[in-house]
Design a binder for this molecule. Structure first.
Ligand SMILES: *Cc1c(COP(=O)(O)O)cnc(C)c1O
Length: 373
């Protein structure tokens, strides 16, 4: 199968940022040489907040320098303390944010269907020290938002969603940005929508607007007043300008992702050694990732990863290891479903610039080599 065609034999990365036309970006940043207003809620930040509020149909969007600081800021603004119930099947950032804010993460297992937090196991973990639930819409799969809202109401808990994977995802027609007390988004270069680095908090309750403004700018409220001990998490104008160039392109990008995902589904749907990501009919996906489980187990998965790499296909074990197994932590959590998924998962290459031929090449390699694994 290995021809000499450089195009088809080139290494395929797991992801690749979507970029606007160079001249479009230059035009967007040109006024900054005149205004010299480079940060501190400049024109692009304010405009992008409004554009995102419209795109996501959410009353309030606050932009921050990255998604991780959006999580830490949200923890401050919500006044969380004690224990927070969260998922072990996530990126380091979710748990690190809690620990860095002196909060004890309490790990709830995931459900084996869509890999989000298992809502049937949350209640047993609530103690008098619990102040919030921090679930993750992992791969853009929407958590059981109704059950989480009911639990939170019943026990007087806050809900902070990590929606780093879920930009533009809708559930029963409602955007994920509108659930919970606050929802965090990451606009890192590798995410579906990006501002190079960047992040946001979205919410319905107007009282968070001022609290977030203070928290991201040292608690400064005026030329001679500092009212709280805030940090620095401001988005700058160059980031926001990139976002303003990318936002009009987002629907086309998601459509391209969708077509690639449908091709993967068609090609891999009958592979007995794989389990694909189930799609929920109530969810309008953003096709952010293409996770598959190599059902036989970790050795077979690691074999498959090595075999893909030999063929120039750079997949990723996303998420492995589990947060609870990080060497910086020694959490003794019993999370069998998360362990099962983490031991078997591979996310395959997926980004808007990818061609159908690339998907076919990846599927050819998997189907040719997969059965022996
Ligand atoms: C990317 C990501 C983050 C962190 O966002 P940054 O913008 O990179 O700081 C947090 N949680 C999850 C699930 C992520 O994928």
């Amino acid at each position: 199968m290995s021809g000499s065609n450089v195009e088809t034999d080139a290494v395929i990365p797991v992801t690749r940022p979507s970029m606007p036309d160079f001249d479009t970006y230059v035009e967007m940043i040109r006024p900054l040489w005149e205004s010299r207003h480079l940060s501190n809620r400049g024109e692009n930040v304010r405009a992008l907040e409004e554009e995102l509020e419209q795109r996501l149909h959410v009353p309030h969007v606050s932009l921050l320098t990255n998604g991780h600081l959006a999580l830490e800021t949200a923890i401050d603004v919500l006044g969380l303390t004690g224990e927070v119930i969260t998922t072990p099947f996530t990126f380091a950032s979710t748990t690190h944010a809690l620990i860095r804010k002196q909060i004890t993460p309490v790990f709830c297992d995931i459900n084996p269907v869509d890999y989000t937090i298992d809502v049937n196991k949350i209640e047993a973990l609530i103690t008098e020290r619990t102040t919030a639930i921090l679930p993750v819409h992992v791969y853009g799969n929407v958590c059981d938002v109704e059950a989480i809202e009911q639990l939170a109401k019943r026990h007087g808990l806050r809900v902070l969603y990590d929606a780093a994977h879920a930009f533009g995802v809708r559930h029963d027609g409602r955007d994920v940005s509108t659930f919970g007390d606050l929802t965090m988004f990451s606009f890192h270069a590798t995410k579906v929508f990006h501002t190079i680095e960047g992040g946001a908090l979205t919410f319905r309750d107007a009282r968070y607007v001022e609290a977030i403004h203070q928290a991201v700018n040292f608690g400064i409220t005026g030329p001679e007043s500092v009212e709280s001990v805030g940090g620095n998490a401001k988005m700058n104008e160059f980031q926001a300008a990139m976002g303003r160039c990318n936002l009009p392109r987002i629907d086309a990008d998601i459509e391209k992702r969708k077509r690639l995902v449908e091709r993967y589904d068609t090609r891999l749907g009958n592979a007995s050694f794989l389990r694909l990501n189930l799609r929920n009919e109530r969810t309008e996906s953003n096709y952010a990732y293409y996770p598959v489980l190599v059902t036989k187990g970790r050795a077979a998965r690691d074999d498959m990863m090595a075999y893909l790499a030999q063929h120039g296909i750079l997949a990723r074990k996303y998420f492995y290891p589990l947060v609870t197994d990080f060497s910086c932590y020694a959490f003794d959590a019993s999370v069998p479903n998360a362990t099962y998924v983490s031991d078997r998962v591979i996310t395959l290459p997926l980004y808007p610039d990818m061609t159908m031929e690339m998907v076919d090449r990846i599927c050819d390699v998997i189907l040719e080599g997969g059965n022996e694994r």
